[in-house]
Ligand binder design. Structure first.
Ligand SMILES: [Zn+2]
Length: 98
C-alpha cells in the first residue's frame, strides 16, 4: 500500500465529493462546485459551505422554479426580467385628471 494514494484521496478526491454533496444540499450546481474543488481542493469546499442556499426563481409564465442565477426559465425558456425592477412607478395610476 502506498501512502501517496491515501494522500491524493484526502487532498484531491474527497473535497470534490464533499463540495458536490454540499452543492446539491444548497440547490446549487454540484458539477460546477466539484470542478472548482478539483483545482482549489478544500478551499472550494469551504466556499460552498459558507454560501447561502440558492433561492429559486419562479417563472411568471408557467410557475416552474429555476436556479437563482438562471437567465431563462428551464421549463418554457421565458427570459427572466430583472428582479429589482420597480413595481409601482406607473404614472397613469398616480394621475387621475384625464
Ligand atoms: Zn416558465
Amino acid at each position: 500500500m502506498n501512502g501517496a494514494i491515501l494522500l491524493i484521496l484526502i487532498l484531491w478526491i474527497a473535497p470534490i465529493i464533499v463540495s458536490g454533496a454540499i452543492a446539491v444540499n444548497k440547490k446549487r450546481d454540484p458539477f460546477l462546485w466539484g470542478f472548482i474543488s478539483l483545482f482549489i481542493g478544500w478551499v472550494g469546499t469551504i466556499i460552498i459551505a459558507v454560501l447561502p442556499h440558492s433561492r429559486p426563481k419562479r417563472c411568471l409564465q408557467c410557475g416552474e422554479y429555476s436556479a437563482e442565477d438562471a437567465q431563462i426559465c428551464r421549463a418554457c425558456r421565458t427570459p427572466f426580467a430583472s428582479t429589482i425592477a420597480p413595481q409601482n412607478t406607473d404614472p397613469t395610476t398616480e394621475n387621475g385628471s384625464i
